[in-house]
Design a protein around this ligand. Structure first.
Ligand code: CIR
Length: 259
């Protein structure tokens, strides 16, 4: 079992018009709803152009952060792990997604204090990194690890304690197998020596949330150093303006489930 199978399907949910009521740690101003909707359509269009089967659910005003579908569920092969977010306002977001994952086995991440957001789970080519954050507890990470080991006994799951950014993937993703790309705002003592480790300039830190989709890389638009680095690994790079989602602590990976 390879940890990163090829991607054929996308599940997403449109942002609600009240999405500015969602949570944020940023001080980048109010998002422009019209521009955000345009940026969102561009995101979907780019995925469709890759030939992927894209399912887009209607917005749910009960969840202003509900379009960040990466957080309530973690998909690993034919399994879908349901997370209980460390943010109370986001608990329950998985419910509307599950009927669209009928081919997956649904597994609840259970246990006292077992909180987790999918944005803290980085499935790399040869291991899984779980960020321990304000949203994801050690108990949550332990529950995920145990569940993963029931389907792949020797899977390596490393815990990454960090601070400085909201989710692990806000500041650290795998650009290519065994190549990590990092926003220096994310502080951690985790030993990355197993990988090539690329730290972006601070002013380009937001671009660390890259989204590889098979042989194409999605990268936030406007980050020239990150783009130049990405070109060393990819012939196909799609850049997308993410400004309105950045204001709400969101990045490229947050907006879709890819499987
Ligand atoms: C939140 O605070 O939960 C949302 N406003 C942003 C979630 C972004 N998701 C992600 O990084 N995976």
């Amino acid at each position: 079992m390879h940890l990163l199978p090829s991607i054929t399907k996308i599940l997403a949910r449109r942002p609600a018009t009240n999405f500015a009521d969602g949570l944020t740690t940023q001080a980048l101003g109010e998002p422009d709803v019209t521009l955000a909707m345009q940026q969102y359509e561009n995101y979907l269009t780019a995925l469709r152009h890759l030939g992927l089967d894209v399912t887009v659910l209607d917005a749910d005003e009960n969840y202003p952060d509900g379009h960040f579908v990466e957080d309530p569920l973690i998909i690993f092969h034919d399994l879908a792990f349901v997370c209980k977010s460390g943010a109370t306002a986001r608990q329950g977001e998985a419910t509307g997604l599950l009927p669209h994952l009928s081919e997956h086995h649904i597994i609840e991440i259970e246990g006292e204090n077992a909180f987790m957001d999918g944005g803290d789970v980085l499935i790399c080519a040869d291991r899984v990194l779980v960020g321990i954050s304000e949203r994801t507890t050690v108990a949550g990470a332990n529950a995920l690890k145990k569940a993963l080991q029931t389907v792949k006994a020797n899977i390596r799951v490393d815990y990454v304690e960090f601070d400085g950014v909201l989710h692990l993937k806000s500041g650290l993703t795998e650009l290519a197998p065994n190549v990590l790309i990092h926003d220096p705002t994310l502080n951690t003592d985790y030993d990355m020596s197993w990988a090539k480790f690329i730290t972006l300039p601070t002013e380009e830190g937001y671009a660390a949330d890259v989204m590889p989709v098979n042989d194409t890389l999605f990268l936030a638009d406007g980050y020239p150093t990150a783009y130049e680095i990405a070109q060393r690994y990819y012939n196909n790079i799609i850049t997308l303006d993410m400004s309105e989602f950045q204001k709400m602590d969101g990045g490229l990976t947050c907006l879709s489930l890819r499987y």
